[in-house]
Design a protein around this ligand. Structure first.
Ligand SMILES: *[C@@H]1O[C@H](CO)[C@@H](O)[C@H](O)[C@H]1NC(C)=O
Ligand SMILES: *[C@@H]1O[C@H](CO)[C@@H](O)[C@H](O)[C@H]1NC(C)=O
Ligand SMILES: *[C@@H]1O[C@H](CO)[C@@H](O)[C@H](O)[C@H]1NC(C)=O
Ligand SMILES: *[C@@H]1O[C@H](CO)[C@@H](O)[C@H](O)[C@H]1NC(C)=O
Ligand SMILES: *[C@@H]1O[C@H](CO)[C@@H](O)[C@H](O)[C@H]1NC(C)=O
Length: 459
């Protein structure tokens, strides 16, 4: 019996919320997967927790008074560090990101987005578009370029003198999609600016008010100053140093041994909890085991959600079914709701980024559809593990996928070897053309495991 998933149901409790995920699922990830897979190895070897802990212990020592010069020099590595010392300016360029650092005074003219650094050398010009997705040319075109002039050029007159360095970045890009907002802006911003302990000014290019509405709380945990919108504040601002662009460590990744060093996913999650006032840090603080089932409404739907819910309730879970319908970008509300859950269940999609708000020891269950294995593991599975969240993968059988009907038999090439399809066609088939009817008997085993993980999760 084919039934539309219900609008929104809260079962077994008096909780009645009307929730919609703040998402426009633009699943542009797919286009790059194949290249990514070949070139990119970051998550499966995320740093073990023990090394992370060591890194944290360093903090109080640095608490003293690390000079601005020393802080800025931590943002570049190797030869670039020497270069920064010698010339006052260096850029660190990687496949996905580029960021430039000046440890000398800079003047930022927000009318032209020109950064001027005085020196007695002939003028050198560097132009970068400060966004953590340098490999995506189409997207990069939407990011306003910043021109950096270093040399014996005429300096604009300072209209505002700031005590602390500036960090210039953009809220263009894939804003509107929670995965990309967090992956390409929020985490890189945390990596790049946490070390300044809020003594830093943000210049947000391509200023997007909806981005700020959503992440305002998090941003104000990183800077104690009002964010400068260059298109509204057309003036010359002077700073003792600057960073243009943000450092990126990989998808939903924080690598504590990469620069600036010492920051892991655990610190990021702690930061989110603190800045967004999330209540639970560990799953054992949640009295009744609670599942959030993320209900997708157009693509990658779970067709028998009701049966799933009944089974989970029978196991003793309280179940929240959250449907994303229209856009409510109330991330604060949604984050606190996820944070009050012990288990988060959903099919592959940007909404799973919200696993970031789960308490430690909680469980992420991803329904892994045909052809999406790599993306499922790379974007949400491996990051979950690096967060201190248990990750359970429910790999569907061809019988559970709507694609069985499309291709007729379970040993069809496009079922057994999704890579046989070209990328664009694959995207249409696996990402946009697939729903699942879950085998309740089999899924029950996964939920039993989830229950035992959250019941006996040690602090
Ligand atoms: C530039 O200034 C530095 C010191 O500030 C000096 O050592 C160097 O000789 C100067 N170079 C030129 C080309 O004037
Ligand atoms: C800037 O420096 C270069 C090289 O040292 C020199 O040739 C040029 O005259 C200088 N220009 C100005 C405006 O000082
Ligand atoms: C521009 O920024 C400065 C300092 O950040 C602030 O004092 C000033 O009020 C701003 N001006 C406008 C027009 O927003
Ligand atoms: C973390 O960064 C270090 C230093 O750049 C690098 O050697 C290591 O491979 C990175 N680890 C991961 C998992 O990316
Ligand atoms: C569901 O899974 C169970 C356990 O793996 C299996 O025995 C059963 O045949 C499956 N049911 C269907 C309808 O495929």
């Amino acid at each position: 019996m084919e039934k539309e998933p219900r609008k929104l149901v809260f079962r077994a409790t008096p909780w009645i919320f009307l929730l919609v995920l703040p998402l426009l699922y633009i699943d542009i990830l797919w286009g790059n997967n194949i290249q990514f897979e070949q070139r990119f190895h970051y998550t499966s070897s995320s740093p073990p927790i023990s090394s992370t802990r060591k890194a944290i212990i360093r903090e109080p020592v640095e608490e003293k008074h690390e000079s601005l010069d020393s802080l800025l020099s931590r943002l570049v590595k190797g030869e670039d560090q020497e270069k920064l010392k010698a010339t006052g300016f260096a850029c660190n360029s990687e496949v996905y990101s580029i960021h430039c650092v000046s440890n000398r005074p800079v003047r930022v003219d927000t009318r032209t987005m020109t950064v001027t650094i005085a020196s007695n050398q002939s003028v050198r010009e560097t132009v970068i578009r400060p966004y953590a997705r340098q490999e995506d040319e189409v997207l990069l075109k939407r990011v306003t370029p910043v021109k950096i002039l270093q040399g014996n050029t005429t300096l604009p007159v300072c209209q505002y003198n700031h005590e602390f360095p500036a960090v210039i970045f953009s809220s263009s890009g894939f804003v509107g999609n929670v995965f990309h907002e967090i992956n390409e802006i929020l985490i890189p911003l945390f990596i790049t600016t946490r070390l300044f302990k809020s003594r830093v000014a943000f210049i947000l290019e391509d200023y997007n008010p909806s981005f700020l509405r959503k992440y305002g709380k998090a941003l104000s945990g990183l800077t104690s100053y009002e964010i400068i919108n260059p298109s509204a504040n057309q003036s010359v601002h002077c700073f003792p140093g600057a960073v243009v662009g943000l450092k990126f460590h990989g998808h939903l990744a924080l690598n504590s041994s990469d620069i600036p060093g010492g920051l892991s996913m655990r610190e990021f999650r702690k930061f989110l909890r603190e800045s967004m006032n999330l209540k639970y840090s560990h799953v054992s603080q949640i009295k009744t085991p609670t599942v959030m089932l993320l209900s997708r409404r157009s693509t990658r739907r779970i067709l028998n959600e009701d049966e799933l819910v009944a089974m989970m309730e029978e196991l003793g879970f309280r179940v929240l079914v959250v449907a994303r319908a229209k856009v409510i970008s109330n991330l604060n509300l949604f984050a606190s709701l996820i944070n009050s859950c012990s288990v988060f269940v959903g099919a592959h999609g940007a909404g799973l980024t919200n696993e970031l708000f789960l308490p430690d020891g909680a469980v992420m269950v991803q329904v892994d559809l045909i052809g999406l294995e790599w993306a499922a593991a790379t974007y949400y599975g491996n990051p979950a593990r690096a967060m201190g969240v248990h990750y359970l993968r429910y790999k569907i059988e061809p019988e559970e996928s709507s694609l069985l009907k499309v291709f007729g038999r379970r040993d069809h090439t496009y079922i057994t070897d999704p890579r046989a399809l070209p990328v664009q066609a694959g995207k249409e088939v696996y990402l946009n053309g697939q729903n699942a009817r879950i085998n309740i008997t089999r899924f029950r085993e996964t939920m039993v495991e989830a229950m035992s993980l959250v019941r006996y999760s040690p602090l």
